[in-house]
Design a protein around this ligand. Structure first.
Ligand SMILES: [Zn+2]
Length: 406
């Protein structure tokens, strides 16, 4: 089966007709369709397939005469952010199957098992914790805490899994499964324009920037928009607005990224001064020191803005993820393998988290990126050209062949 046919077969699943974006949230009907697609494609290829205890899907190309262990694993995720694009996640899964097809066509003879995996809830689009499936697998989140996570409607992960026919009591670390993987290589669409600017189709990941989320709540005094004199106001939204602008400036000053993408304004009336405003800051930087510097700057400006508007500020660090350096030997080996296949692959850092970043703590892990001409991601406009996707298949097949056949 060609890459194009495989890609087309997945494309309609979970797509919203109105926005053209994907709503593939875990343990929903759309997710069930994607999971069936995965298992059908594994079956078509005579790959032994099923879900692990955390619901992650695996399709194994077993090699007779080899025991468990030493497997070369590739894959990504099938879930999406709300109204996400077609490529973020699925490109790595489809390319995994297509690379296996290519290796078989070529008569490649692996001496180690190969597997394609699709991890659950990578985007945290339903239950709010990114890379949930790989975190559970690696023991990076408590299973009881995971079971109690809720979606917008208050449905727990445990209830959603049970409704989808998967036993939530089984959630938890799976050291045996992890130990069977010798290496994990994830192919992903680039979520930026570095490759386009470098004139390259494929990149190899160097590291994932450290990143985190901070919550800032400004509390003032609710009042009438039509009768309260400007000088008498204690408007928390003004302090939040100053902080949002300060975040942008701090990021630029430190060569980092900072974003306020979520804001709650209470009570949220057109004709009232707000009582309180909560802003969430997402910050990412090339290293821990610069991340800390950006956040310290933003918090200092937020405090000053709170004083200026006579409102109070409370802040909390919701999460911080340390930098992940991908396995250097694997990275260099992939660059050399790709060069041997005629593919120039620059080494790039990324500001986005991935399952490969979670698994890197336990298994030598690496990533390949496929060029994204506009850099747009987490949007229906996300795009990679068909010929670039095919180069992705060629690149992944070359890497898997090098790792599994020698
Ligand atoms: Zn992704």
């Amino acid at each position: 089966m060609s890459f194009a046919a495989l890609w087309e077969s997945l494309l309609p699943l979970g797509r919203d007709a109105g926005t053209g974006g994907y709503r593939r949230f875990s343990w929903t009907a759309a997710d069930a369709e994607c999971r069936r697609w995965f298992l059908d494609n594994a079956a078509k290829r005579q790959l032994r397939a099923g879900a692990d205890r955390n619901g992650n899907l695996w399709a194994w190309w077993d090699i007779p005469g080899t025991g468990p262990g030493g497997a070369v694993v590739t894959g990504s995720h099938l879930d999406s952010v709300p109204d996400g694009g077609a490529f973020d996640g699925p490109l790595g899964v489809v390319t995994g199957f297509a690379a296996i097809d290519l290796l078989r066509e070529r008569g490649a003879a692996p001496v180690r098992p190969l597997a394609v995996a699709a991890f659950c809830e990578e985007e945290g689009g339903r239950f709010g914790v990114a890379c949930l499936g790989s975190r559970l697998l690696a023991g990076a989140i408590e299973s009881a805490a995971a079971r109690a996570l809720t979606d917008r409607d208050g449905t727990t992960l445990a209830a959603a899994m049970a409704a989808a026919g998967h036993d939530p009591a089984a959630l938890g670390p799976d050291p045996g499964l992890l130990a069977s993987a010798a290496v994990y290589v994830e192919l992903h669409i680039e979520q930026g324009r570095a490759l386009a600017d470098l004139g390259a189709v494929i990149g190899v990941a160097e590291r994932i920037w450290p990143h985190g989320r901070w919550r800032l709540t400004f509390t003032g005094r609710p009042d009438h928009a039509g009768t309260t004199r400007l000088g008498d106001r204690r408007d928390p939204l003004l302090a939040a607005a100053a902080t949002i602008l300060a975040a942008r400036e701090a990021a630029a000053r430190h060569g980092a990224l900072a974003t306020v993408g979520k804001l709650t304004v209470d009570p949220g009336a057109v004709n009232a001064i707000s009582s309180s405003v909560t802003a969430w800051l997402d910050a990412r930087a090339p290293d821990d020191a610069r991340l800390r510097a950006v956040v310290d700057d933003v918090l200092a400006q937020a405090r000053a803005a709170a004083v200026a508007q006579d409102v109070t500020l409370e802040h909390a660090e919701e999460s911080v993820t340390q930098a992940v350096d991908f396995d250097a030997a694997l990275r260099d080996r992939m660059v050399a393998t790709l060069a041997g296949a005629g593919i120039r692959a620059p080494v790039l850092p990324t500001g986005a988290g991935h399952d490969a970043g979670v698994l890197a703590a336990q298994v030598p892990a690496g990533m390949l990126f496929v060029r994204n001409p506009t850099g747009v991601s987490h949007s229906p406009a996300e795009y990679a050209a068909p010929e670039d996707c095919l180069t992705g298949v060629t690149a992944l097949a070359a890497v898997l062949e090098d790792l599994a056949c020698r």
